[in-house]
Ligand binder design. Sequence first.
Ligand code: ARG
Length: 574
Amino acid sequence: MNIKENVINELCSRWPNIDRDVICQSLEVPKDKNMGDYAFPCFKLAKTLHKAPNLIAADLEKELEGSMMFDQKQAVGPYLNFFINKEWIAAHVLGQVQKAAEEGKPFGSSDQGAGKTVVLDYSSINVAKPFHIGHLRTTAIGNSLTRIYNFMGYHTVSMNYLGDWGTQFGKMIVAFRKWGDEVEVKKSGIRYLVQLYVKFHQEAEKDDSLNEEARLAFKSMEEGDEEALALWRRFVDISLQDVQKVYQMLDVHFDSYKGEGFFWDKTQPIIDELQEKGLLKDSQGAKIVDLSDDDMPPCLILKKDGSTLYATRDLASAQWRWDTYHFYKAVYITGMEQSLHFAQWFRVMEKLGRPWAKDLVHVPYGLISLEDGHMSTREGKVIWLEDLLKEAVSKVKDIMMEKNPGLENMDEVSQKVGVGAVVFHDLYNSRIKEETFSWDNVLNFDGETGPYVQYTFARAMSVLRKARDQGIDVDGDLNGVAMDCLTDSYAQDVIKLIDGFQDKVQEALDKYEPYFVARYAVALAEAFNRFYHEDAILSADEKTRDARLVLTRTAAGVLKEALYLVGVSAPEKM
Ligand code: ARG
């Protein structure tokens, strides 16, 4: 229970003749901090209590006498302003942290999701296509939301819905048959496949018959031709193997890699059902679902030649997810250029009468661009995610070499900080905002960045290490900890932020916006750094020192957890 919930409970028990809802709705935080931690306006009560608001405020003030929770309280006109006792705040918040530890649960976590499964579709790479910087956001947001859902007690299923079906695989097959070189495949994996794909297009410009050949090759795949399918499977394997390097760097894991290639031949039942329910319309030989009543262009279900489309496969795949997991929510994370696609087939599911269609959620995000202009996936201008992450790691290593040349595990730390910097930066703003990637912003150790938070965590850990080295017990319980040593504003700011952790995580989950957690981490790091600079820790008198060490330990734990929830790891030394 956080401070506010406690305050409400206390007010309810002190003011039995006021409705709990009224208390919850009325309680305010005054703009001017000096007025109080909370203000309670009494206008609304005047009618029910048949009294002037200022008299009510005065009465209510008296009824708070003798409570441990409140310090100064003062009726000012129709308002009752009051402060919460600072020792009570410290004892309460640190007590909550200790309680969580005793129960073996991370502080701030919850079991609200018990018994519920959330299926998250993210990263969802395209086979034999570049895994480029544009995929960073879906991967980072999806991973963070997965961790947040787990933290709140949900069971999650992470799906990498491979883009591994469609006419481009016919092209790949033709290209591979003609020019494929095993040595190159071994050496360059997916990058070589992309080269072959580019070569196909160059050659097809000169020789149109290649396109026809490719069409036939894809057709043979759909007809189950073993040789064609074996090649296709190789493309999938090569791509998957290659991207594992990136997933490993990011510490991202998937429960399923079932992609479009798994679902294309499971589309028939949905197509039949659309037909039976009279939803399927002919349109110049193709089959569509008309969505003009919903002000949307039609959803394409079958091409002229009878082959399935992206939307058809999504319909079948959603049905499979429902049949397999009975999800509480199925979340899809993609660039916002796909918003219409999702809106369309979600609507088709509704038209089919699926009650769970309302639990399909599209989480769109804006484009990433590079400082020197638009991100382009056109030939040559692709920035591979792997290269970007490696560059981040090497840049961080240079910085660390200067800052702390003697650091043990230099490579491991550079890895965590470099990758963490890129991920954190990606999650720091609302996902809809277009993002410009600039190394100066990403790697600024003093800015609102991952490295800054990581550095703060490492600083806290270093204080604790030093204390241990001096033989001080920093891991004990709260028994005998002097809460009155944690009442200054620096300590209180840290404590209040810790108190607000779960609310931020909840907000991130409700809005599918990891940035609430990322920004929270920066705010807590800033507050901790102020505390660290203003309140001497190890050189304070014993009683104060011990209390501040407990706060240091607690803040470090929450910083680490917040970083974890946005997919960033926290090295203990930097
Ligand atoms: N492979 C697609 C792309 O890269 C994303 C797939 C998203 N998931 C889905 N179920 N449609 O654009």
